[in-house]
Design a binder for this molecule. Structure first.
Ligand SMILES: COc1cccc(N2C=Cc3cc(S(N)(=O)=O)sc3S2(=O)=O)c1
Ligand SMILES: [Zn+2]
Length: 260
């Protein structure tokens, strides 16, 4: 497919050449301005049922590190909040910066966090496949969680300890029994708005739910993400995987709402 990346030659500022929707009306990420995101009393709490979740593997797809789930039934779903149906967990992945520079995708009043975790879910009630849902305006629900730096996160080591196995693009290894509930902050208060995938194909198919409270991870844990490579084992150019984030996109009149 179309080669894209985060460098000068293939990065976010030129994605529109192969993916014209990059200049669309509901692109993500965005800069969230809390005082311009009114509380909506109709927005109930989001409910996460991850207890029966079945992680399958962890892979380096050349853009991020991804943990994939068995989505053949409704074992792990997100529902409530702005969602009209339960959405099935498909995968989660991260975006991060370089040493000492921040790498979240959404920003809050211009402030970016060190990293951002995305839990990707799809509307299996309305659509027959993930691929079909990924192209529908209400097909996906992505839960965004900010990562800030501080003490070690007590469970993140389960992921960072596996990263050496997926150093190169297209590497994959078993990763069973991981429950992403351990990566949630204490509060599920959120902002929500209609947006898109933040990487090509940039489909405008995402109901975004961004948690207000970050989780805390250590610089050391984040540093392990930077030992991953964008490049494959056979490529001679070794390119460290870092700064794999898209900058905020124009709001174009969209409303951002806040949970109670
Ligand atoms: C046919 O559509 C497909 C098929 C297979 C995978 C994808 N995806 C590509 C990018 C992408 C970016 C996401 S982010 N950073 O906004 O959370 S989530 C996501 S994806 O849906 O996994 C789309
Ligand atoms: Zn993402």
């Amino acid at each position: 497919g179309n080669q894209w990346g985060y460098g000068k030659e293939d990065g976010p500022s030129i994605w529109h050449k192969n993916f014209p929707v990059a200049e669309g009306d509901r692109q993500s990420p965005i800069d969230i301005i809390p005082k311009e995101a009114p509380r909506d009393p109709n927005l109930g709490p989001i409910v996460l049922n991850y207890d029966q979740c079945t992680s399958l593997n962890i892979t380096n797809n050349g853009h991020s590190v991804v943990v994939e789930f068995d989505d053949t039934d409704d074992r792990s779903v997100i529902q409530g909040g702005p969602l009209g149906n339960p959405y099935r967990l498909k995968q989660f992945h991260f975006h991060w910066g370089g040493k000492g520079c921040h790498g979240s995708e959404h920003t809050v009043e211009g402030m970016s966090y060190a990293s951002e975790l995305h839990l990707v879910h799809w509307n299996a009630v309305k659509y027959k496949s993930f691929g079909q849902a990924a192209e529908a305006p209400d097909g996906l629900a992505v839960l965004g969680i900010f990562l800030d730096t501080g003490d070690d996160h007590r469970w993140l080591h389960m992921i960072t300890d596996a990263l050496y196995m997926v150093k190169f693009k297209a590497s994959v290894t078993d990763f069973k029994g991981f429950n992403p509930k351990c990566l949630l902050p204490s509060s599920l208060h959120y902002w929500t708005y209609l947006g898109s995938l933040t990487t090509p194909p940039l489909h405008e198919s995402v109901i975004w739910i961004v948690l207000k409270e970050p989780i805390i991870v250590s610089e050391k844990q984040l540093g392990k993400f930077r030992t991953l490579l964008f490049s494959g084992e056979e490529e001679d150019q070794r390119m460290r995987m870092e700064n794999n984030f898209r900058p905020p996109q124009p709001l174009k009149g969209r409303e951002v709402r806040s949970s109670n």
